[in-house]
Write a protein that binds this ligand. Structure first.
Ligand code: B12
Length: 211
């Protein structure tokens, strides 16, 4: 098994310490952080999600997988290369109010950073007021990314987008939505500018707004 495959497995089965050790080893062997992300971490989180779907009760394992992922992202983050110099654009990102899921959002953050964007991550359970405040406080912001995994949080997402659309001073702001509970149809219905299924596609799509 290659080291990248071993990282994937350590995350899937939920071994944070082993994940940390293997990633550090891979870095010392000059394995690219982007390869670790694309070939180990993202597929591992996908299959952990699948596992949960089929094994509803096994929350400890899925949380251990989440902790392993978090650990891995923390180590890799300083190594993720940005294009240097001026960021492509500044984005505000958060999981919508009522929703505490953050793994997908964290992947979105890391993908945007590695694509050369500056990311202001507001965390989880972010209210419409907090999104507005962050954008008004940072005049460089041109894109807001909202994540939601719960169907119960979808009305809140609709509400955030509506408030932005009704605020004349924020007419220049693009809004991108995503997460397990969202699809293209819902994104169109609430008036978002874009939706993508994955974090990798999200950063690619955002580039088309600014390049
Ligand atoms: C891990 C997990 C948890 C963990 C969260 C840990 C954490 N720190 O995030 C814990 C155990 C805490 C949890 C709690 C709950 N969960 Co939960 N959880 C999951 C699980 C298994 C995986 C989610 C995940 O992280 N996936 C991996 C990431 C990488 O994928 P992702 O988030 O979809 O993100 C990708 C894309 O969607 C996209 N993306 C994400 N955000 C954005 C944003 C933008 C702008 C864009 C463009 C793209 C994008 O990029 C990512 C990578 O490509 C899912 C099941 C599943 N298979 O999805 C259930 C799931 C989301 N949970 C569910 C539920 C119901 C709950 C609880 C209500 C359970 C309960 N009864 O308490 C609570 C809610 C707590 C709350 N208020 O938020 C349901 C939601 C059902 C629904 N349709 O509403 C799911 C679908 C499980 C199920 N099958 O029932 N959960």
């Amino acid at each position: 098994m290659t080291i990248v495959q071993r990282i994937k497995e350590a995350i899937e089965v939920g071994r944070p310490k082993e994940t940390e050790k293997l990633i550090k080893q891979a870095l010392s062997e000059n394995v690219k952080p982007s390869v670790m992300l694309e070939e180990a971490m993202i597929p591992a989180m996908r299959s952990a999600g699948e596992y949960y779907r089929n094994n509803d009760g096994d929350i400890p394992r899925i949380l251990a997988a989440a902790r392993s992922m978090r650990k891995g992202l923390d180590i890799l983050e300083p190594y993720i290369e940005t294009e240097g110099g001026k960021p492509l654009a500044t984005i505000v990102l958060g999981t919508v109010k009522g929703d505490l899921h953050d793994m997908g959002k964290n992947l979105v953050a890391i993908m945007f950073r590695s694509a050369g964007f500056k990311v202001i991550d507001l965390g989880v359970d972010v209210s419409e007021k907090e999104f507005l405040k962050a954008v008004r406080k940072n005049p460089d912001v041109s894109l807001v990314c909202i994540s939601s995994l719960l169907t119960t949080a979808m009305p809140e997402m609709r509400h955030v987008v509506k408030t932005f659309r009704e605020s004349k001073d924020l007419a220049h702001i693009k809004i991108m939505v995503g997460g397990g509970s969202v699809d293209q149809e819902f994104a169109d219905d609430i008036g978002a500018d874009a939706y993508t299924e994955t974090a990798v596609d999200a950063a690619e799509k955002a580039k088309t707004f600014f390049v």
